[in-house]
Design a protein around this ligand. Sequence first.
Ligand SMILES: NC(=O)c1ccc[n+]([C@@H]2O[C@H](COP(=O)([O-])OP(=O)(O)OC[C@H]3O[C@@H](n4cnc5c(N)ncnc54)[C@H](O)[C@@H]3O)[C@@H](O)[C@H]2O)c1
Length: 441
Amino acid sequence: MSETRTIAPAEGKLGVLTVGLGAVASTLIAGVELAKRGQGQPIGSMTQMGTIRLGKRTEKRTPLVKDFVPLTRLEDIVWGAWDVFPDDAYVAASRAGVLEQGKHIEAISDVLREIRPMKAAFERKYARNLDGEHIMEASGKRAMLNGIRADINRFRDEKKVDRLVMIWCASTEIFIEPGAEHETVEAFEKAIDANSDVVAPSMLYAYAAILEGVPFANGSPNLAVDMPFLRDMATEKGVAISGKDFKTGQTLMKTVLAPMLKARQLGLAGWYSTNILGNRDGEVLDAPENFKTKEESKLGVLEDILDPSNNPDLYGNVFHKVSINYYPPRGDNKEGWDNIDIFGWMGYPMQIKVDFLCRDSILAAPLALDLILYSDLAQRAGLGGIQEWLSFYYKSPQVAPGLHAEHDLFVQLEKLHNTLRWIMNEDQITHLGREYYDDPS
Ligand SMILES: NC(=O)c1ccc[n+]([C@@H]2O[C@H](COP(=O)([O-])OP(=O)(O)OC[C@H]3O[C@@H](n4cnc5c(N)ncnc54)[C@H](O)[C@@H]3O)[C@@H](O)[C@H]2O)c1
C-alpha cells in the first residue's frame, strides 16, 4: 500500500437537490423515507444492501459496503427539487403511479407533502412535449443560471445542510452536438449572454452546481456536465461529477450479454431492441429530437464492448437498432424486447430472445441513491472531476478525453469495488489467486 487516503467524516446533513420531481425522483424520495422508517427495503442499492470482499478469500471478510466506507446515513438526507410542474412529492409520486398509494405513499404523506419543487430553469424548445408553467420568471440564460445559484444557496441556508449533491432526474432534452461553445469557459459565458440554443437548461444546472462546489450526477443522456470546460473546472475545483444516463433496463441486459458473447468468441449479426413505455419520460422521448439523445446513449454500448476493429470476423457487420415506443397503458412498467442474432462454430446461426418486463423507476431509484451517496463520498475523499468508477450506473459513462468507456457491467463493478478498497487503504483484488497454491500458509 503506498499512499494513505483520508476521508472527511459524513457529519451533519446532506442536502440532495433533484432536478426534476417526476417518476424517478419521487420514487427515490419515497423509497428512502420508507426505508428510514423500516416500511420497505432499499433493494437494488449497493450502498444499502451490498457487501464487498476484502483481503484473501481465506480471511472471510465481507462487510456491508455501508459498514466499510463512511457514507451519509439516510436519516441525514434533506430533500430539495426543481420541476416544471408545481406538484409536491406526494402528488408527483401519486401521479407517477409507480408506488402503491395506500401502502407506500399515504404512509409517508406528511414528509412527501413538504417537498415542494422550486421553479424550473426551463425552455419548452428543449422538451416540447412538456407544458408545465412552474418556471423561473426571469427570462434569458444568464438569469436562469443566477436563479439556480440563488436557489442552491437559499436551500443551503434555510435547511442548514453541511454538504450538497445535485442529481439530474429531469426529462431528456433534445440532442445537442458538443461544439466550440462548450470548449472553454469564455466561449460558454459568451453563449449564455447570446442566449444561444446550444446552451440547454441541463448545462446551466450543471454549471451552477460546479460554481457552487456541488457534486453533480447526470441521470439522463443530456450533455449537462459532459462539456470540456466543465470537466476541467470540476477537476480544478475538486467537485465530483459523473454521467450519463442511468443504466437500468435494456442496456443493463446488453452490458451483461454482450461481454458473454465476446468472452466466448461468439459472433453477432444483429441486435434488435425495442421498448414500450407509457410514463412522462416515454412521452417526452416520443419527440424525435429528444429520442435522438437517448438513441446515441444506447447505441454506443455494443460497439465499445465488441470492439469490431479488433474482431472483424465476429463483429465487423452488426446491425444494431434501438427504438422506444410511447404506449400509455403500460405507464412506468416498461417492456423491453431484444432479438439477438448470433453465430457460432462454422458460422451456424442461433438466436437469443429477451423480454424484460421491468419497472423503470423501481430500477432507477436505487441507482440514484447510490450515485448521491457515492458522489458525496468522492467529494469528501478529495476526488474531484470525472468519477469513472461510477460507470457501473450509467449507459454512457463519462471518461477522460481519449479513453473509451468500460461498459461491461462486471468490469465496472470491479472498478467500483477496487476504488472503494483504494480510498479505504485496503489491498486491491486482482483475482490472480496464485497465493492459495504457491504459499498456502
Ligand atoms: N427510469 C429509468 O429507468 C431511467 C433510465 C435512464 C434514464 N432515465 C432518465 O431519467 C430522467 C427522469 O425520468 P422520469 O421517468 O422520472 O421522467 P419524468 O418525466 O417522470 O420526470 C422528469 C421530470 O423532470 C421535469 N423537468 C423537465 N425539464 C426540467 C427542467 N429543466 N428543470 C426542472 N425539471 C424539469 C419534468 O417536468 C418531469 O416532472 C429522464 O431523463 C429519463 O430519460 C430514466
